[in-house]
Design a protein around this ligand. Structure first.
Ligand code: CTP
Length: 449
């Protein structure tokens, strides 16, 4: 009996997939089809798979060619499967020519001619109109946005707006997009906006964008007042628009996995979260000179509050702050303490004090440890009472990682709510409330001194 194996995502099952499976089956007597998991696809840069794993498996099954369907979860699995199932022929479409020649030592490798003019990518684009994104603000983070957006199929960055026309023109020139002086014209040219302007301008820009019927992805901290956050989310809901706070950690695959593990009972009931993020900043930069909206907590607080809020929710009994201020009154180092009925959290951040940046999630049976840069989670460990009992987990975090949030933003716009839980409006509202309280205390104290 000749055993054949092939692999694929098989998203939006199409004629190309059908013909590939048909010919794969004809190569032998028994066909094994490996269907990729969403997590594996993400690590390969396929970020917009629409059909669930169940649907994709069902569609392969319905084609009638597969004798056995398996799940492909990781790199290196193909080699193991070939050994395990005693495969004679490995086959894939001709878009992969040469890429699997390394398997030739173990079985025959056949590249089948790819069916022309059809692909899942094409169907995804046809199904959903391309989202034209416009950028407001042209600072450092905006520079990272375009290269990452290019990796997400279904979005296209088309326009930029900045009241400082010079900066807008320079940015537009660098990235080959249009620059607008007039906000009304800018809104006409796009379907959604990415806001990366100074914090204090977010509220007005978000409101305007929503009023113009545009979806919004706004950099963190989205707003610095709880009431404003509530008002904006209500406005978005009323207009059936997506409003999304860009805290990249929330959308990165490793962080999601870690949160899932923490809630799974593996470390028992979670009782304490300690998150620390420090980054020595140039004292001349905006972060340490903007007397009203600079400082460590406003800059980094979103990251360190995130795991605490994800673990314990939206109703802390008490939040209080300790901070070390620089001469200009801005906090160089801050600790925010959260007290919940069943747990405690400490969010520590600093722009002028360096520390080991760790995330520790402690439970009644063990703890999770993620070293810096845990905010781009690529690796974490689960520890138990026995010090040698350590489980290790890794996930890929590619380059700047904004691709994950852009991809989730697009999924939500396209009506796919499966990733909405990663950062909910309620999460963003609590963060805004805590930031508001922090600023109130800071201003009060600074006025007194
Ligand atoms: N395939 C094919 N002809 C097509 C499309 C895909 O023969 N027109 C083959 C691929 O070469 C692969 C298998 O079908 O062997 C599964 O491909 P998959 O990557 O799931 O489909 P694509 O349409 O190529 O997906 P995408 O656009 O997301 O890359």
């Amino acid at each position: 009996m000749t055993k054949v194996i092939t692999y694929g995502t098989f998203d939006l099952f199409h004629e190309g997939h059908y013909r590939l499976l048909q010919r794969a089956k004809q190569l032998g007597d028994y066909l094994i089809v490996g269907v990729t998991t969403e997590e594996y696809d993400q690590t390969r840069g396929k970020l917009n798979v629409i059909d669930s794993l169940m649907t994709r498996i069902e569609n392969v099954r319905k084609s009638g060619f597969a004798d056995e369907i398996i799940i492909e979860e990781s790199q290196g699995q193909k080699f193991r499967d070939i050994k395990k199932y005693q495969v004679d022929i490995f086959t894939v479409g001709s878009d992969w020519v040469g890429q699997f020649d390394y398997l030739k030592d173990y079985c025959k490798v056949v590249y089948l001619e790819r069916t022309k003019n059809i692909s899942s990518t094409m169907l995804r684009i046809q199904n959903k109109r391309i989202q034209r994104i416009g950028i407001i603000g042209t600072g450092r983070i905006a520079e990272r946005f375009i290269p990452e957006a290019k990796l997400v199929s279904g979005v296209s960055v088309e326009a930029v707006y900045n009241p400082h026309t010079e900066s807008a023109l320079r940015y537009a020139g660098r990235w080959g997009i249009d620059s607008y002086k007039n906000l009304e014209e800018f809104y006409q040219a796009v379907d959604s906006v990415y806001i990366a302007s100074p914090h204090e301008t977010h509220y007005q820009y978000i409101k305007k964008a929503l009023e113009h019927g545009k979806h919004v992805l706004c950099e963190k901290p989205m707003v610095l007042k709880g009431q404003q956050a509530k008002e904006l989310f209500a406005l978005a809901k009323e207009n059936r628009l997506v409003l999304f706070e860009g805290i990249k950690t929330a959308y990165c695959p490793g962080f999601g996995k870690m949160m899932g593990m923490a809630c799974s009972g593996l470390i028992g009931t979670v009782r304490n979260v300690e998150a620390c993020f420090t980054k020595l900043e140039n004292p001349k930069n905006r972060e340490l000179t903007d007397l009203q909206y600079g400082g460590s907590f406003i800059e980094l607080g979103s990251y360190v509050m995130l795991p605490i809020i994800k673990m314990f929710g939206h109703e802390p009994e008490q939040v209080r702050f300790d901070r070390i201020n620089g001469e200009n009154g801005l906090d160089l180092f801050t600790k925010a303490y959260f007290k919940y009925p069943n747990g405690l959290g400490t969010a520590t951040c600093g722009l002028g004090v360096k520390s080991e940046g760790q995330l520790i999630i402690s439970g009644t049976k063990g703890y999770i440890l993620a070293e810096a840069p845990w905010w781009k989670t690529a690796y974490f460990e689960i520890h138990h009472e026995n010090p040698s009992d350590v489980e290790k987990f890794s996930e890929r975090f590619l380059e700047d990682g904004l691709r994950y949030e852009i991809s989730d933003f697009l999924s939500l716009i396209n009506g796919n709510k499966k990733n909405g839980f990663k950062l909910t409006p309620e999460d963003s509202v609590v963060m805004a409330e805590v930031m508001e309280e922090f600023l109130r205390e800071k201003n009060h104290e600074n006025m007194g001194t």
